[in-house]
Design a protein around this ligand. Structure first.
Ligand SMILES: Cc1ncc(COP(=O)(O)O)c(C=O)c1O
Length: 372
């Protein structure tokens, strides 16, 4: 529970898995103290045993990425920065989804790269507006970012959209970057979902990391799995290696521990999956009694989007919820939703607090509605 000015606040924005009452395996971090980590043997893309473990983790999700095509990073955020350094000169651009995760704005500015938004549209499920996306490409566009499942829409890349974006990337020599950090957490049935790694002819990479897949953001390990036409892939990896070698940012203890953390982390992953599934079910049950509020389809991830009556602005509603009801949620405009009124709630929250927060939210959001 968050405390603000001595008042307990139900935090429905929480995205830190270490603060939501999950049970981590006893001694989970023991491998970080392995004596094997005393010897420093730098490797630009990461230690071979660590990269083999990530390759097995891709195989667990039915992707065949050999260790030689995997690079370790200190986080997914760092992976973005390294990729932008690799692909872009100052002033070059990358395409980013909208709505999505606000960190892209900072990550691109810090690399002097232009973030050009492309639209996601909701028609019962979220799809890429492919015409808008094509119109956003220009001669200095170097990469297309897909977040699947997306934060916060929970949408997964549709197989038909993948065909279109892979063709576009191949024809315009852009890297197709898939942020797949939430891919371990499927929610609503999405038989059409595809990974960027199935994109044909394009150079692609898939980002992942310990922070979501086993709930360990503090260990600071992420990875990039590359795939695509062999000659272009080799050239890309050689250039990437020079950049990674300049930083060597992943600590030896973290790399040494990675195989063990990935193996034993399955227990945490299962708990997170139960948590987000249970909270989504509870949310739907509560919303069923409040006809003026809708939960949008959530195909995966750790958050849900509620469409609420727009009698007052998102900002006014979020402030009322905080000041009057002591519930903290994010407004849609934080994530660049095109219109109002949407609220975003984290499905990771402790279930009792989640249920209490949702009850207060629904009472407040539906006030003044004919249906309430
Ligand atoms: C879609 C998405 N990508 C990447 C990240 C960052 O992950 P990391 O902790 O590996 O930097 C987040 C964090 O919330 C996220 O939501």
């Amino acid at each position: 529970m968050l405390k603000s000015r001595g008042i307990d606040v139900l935090d429905l924005t929480v995205s830190n898995p270490t603060r939501v009452g999950l049970e981590y395996p006893h001694d989970f971090l023991r491998a970080l103290a392995s004596p094997d980590a005393l010897e420093y043997d730098p490797a630009a893309l990461g230690a071979p045993r660590a990269r083999e473990a990530v390759s097995r983790d891709f195989a667990r999700r039915s992707h065949s990425i050999p260790p030689e095509h995997i690079a370790l990073t200190a986080s997914t955020s760092e992976a973005y920065s390294l990729l932008f350094k690799l692909l872009c000169d100052p002033g070059d651009g990358v395409l980013v989804p909208q709505p999505s995760y606000p960190l892209f704005e900072h990550l691109t500015v810090l690399e002097s790269v232009e973030a050009r938004p492309y639209r996601l549209e909701y028609h019962g499920t979220w799809r890429i507006d492919i015409d808008h996306l094509r119109a956003q490409v220009h001669s200095r566009t170097k990469a297309l970012l897909i977040v699947s499942p997306n934060n916060p829409t929970g949408s997964r890349l549709h197989r038909d959209d993948l065909v279109a974006v892979a063709e576009l990337c191949a024809s315009r020599d852009m890297l197709l970057i898939g942020d797949e950090v939430f891919s371990d957490f499927p929610l609503d049935f999405a038989p059409h979902a595809a990974s960027v790694l199935s994109g044909r002819d394009a150079l692609v990479c898939s980002l992942g990391g310990l922070s979501k897949s086993v709930g360990l953001p503090q260990v600071k390990v992420g990875w990039i799995g590359f795939a695509g036409p062999a000659d272009r892939l080799d050239a890309l990896l050689r250039a990437y290696e020079v950049i990674a070698d300049t930083y060597l940012s992943v600590s030896t203890p973290a790399q040494t521990a990675l195989p063990d953390l990935l193996d034993r982390g399955a227990a945490v992953r299962t708990q997170i999956q139960h948590r987000v599934t249970g909270n989504l079910r509870a949310l739907r049950a509560a919303v069923a009694r409040t006809p003026s509020v809708t939960v949008l389809t959530v195909e995966g991830g750790w958050s849900a989007v509620l469409q609420v009556p727009a009698y007052r602005s998102e900002e006014a509603l979020v402030l009322e919820l905080l000041m009057e009801d002591h519930v903290l949620v994010h407004p849609g405009f934080f994530f660049d939703f095109e219109r109002e009124a949407f609220l975003i709630v984290s499905l990771l929250a402790e279930p009792t607090q989640f249920a209490r927060g949702i009850a207060r939210l629904l009472a407040r959001a539906s006030q003044g509605s004919a249906a309430s």
